[in-house]
Write a protein that binds this ligand. Sequence first.
Ligand code: SF4
Length: 313
Amino acid sequence: MATLFWLQTGACGGDSLALLSAESPSLEQIFSAHGVELLWHPSLSGASMREHDALLERIVNGEQALDILCVEGSIVTAPRGTGLYDSYRGRARMDIARELAERAGTVVAMGTCAAYGGVHAAAPNPGDCIGLQYNRSTPGGLLPPEWRSRAGLPVVNVSGCPAHPHAMTQTLAWLAAGLPLPLDELNRPKAFFNTVVHQGCTRNEYHEYDIEENEPGGRACLFFNLGCQGPMTQAVCNSDLWNGTSSKTRAGVPCFGCTSPSFPRDTDLFLTEKIGDIPLRLPLGVERPRYMAYKNLARAAAPERVKDKKMDV
Ligand code: SF4
C-alpha cells in the first residue's frame, strides 16, 4: 500500500471538491483497488486533530512512512517570509509542508495554486504566495528548482483551477503502482497535459472559419473577442469532459488557461488582448504574419451553415 497525506495550505478546497467527482478511477477505487492508504485528508478523515498531530510527528520522526504527499493550495510566505498568515498551532504551514516534503516518496501539487501560486499569487499578492517549486513561471518556490523527493522526482504539478478530477486520481494510481511518470517542461504529468483545450472543442469549425462570438453563451468561437485560451492551454478538459458531460467552452464560457503557470493573467479574462486587429497571443506554434492571411481566406471560404451559426455546440 502507498500511504498518502493531503495537506491544505492557502486553498479554497476546490481541488478536493473536484476529486470527489472523479469516476475513472473514482476516489473510492483509489483506496479500494489501486493500493492507496489514506493517512489524512482534512475533509475526509474522521480522526481527531490530536490524532492528526501525533501522525504528523510520526511522519516527521520517520516512524510512519509517507509515500505520497499531496499539497492543495498556494504557499503563504507573508508576513516578511515567516509564513504566519497561514499557521497551524502557531507554526507556519509552509514549514510543515517543507518538513513533510523531505519525508515523502513523491510530492504532488494538486491544483495551480500549489504548483505555481495561482489565484493567491496574482497581483497584488498580499500573502506573498508562491508555489511548491515554482513562483508563477519562474522555477523555485518553497523548494529550490534542484530539489528532488526520495523517489528522485521534482514536485509533480497536477495544475488546474481546480485540477481535472481524472488527472488527479490517475496520477495517484500511477504513483501507487510504481510506474514511471513522464513529466513535461513544467513538471506536469505528460499524459494529462499533452493536448490543448482547443482539441475536442465543439466550436472548432467556427474557429477554423473565423466565425467569432462577441457575447458569452453564443454558438461560435470564443477566441478572437472573448479571450479563450483553449488553443494555448495544455489540458484534457475537452477530451475528458468534466463529470463526463461538459467543459467551459461547451457551456459557452472561454477557457481561462487555468493549467498555466501565469494563470490568472492580469487582464480581463473575457477579453482578447489585440495589437490592432490581431490577438496578442496566437494558437501554440502559429506564426503571426501567416495568421491573418489564413484567417481572412478562411472567413471568405466559410460555408453558409457556419456563417449562419447553424451548428449546435
Ligand atoms: S472556443 Fe476556444 S477552445 Fe473552442 S474552438 Fe474557439 S478557441 Fe478553440
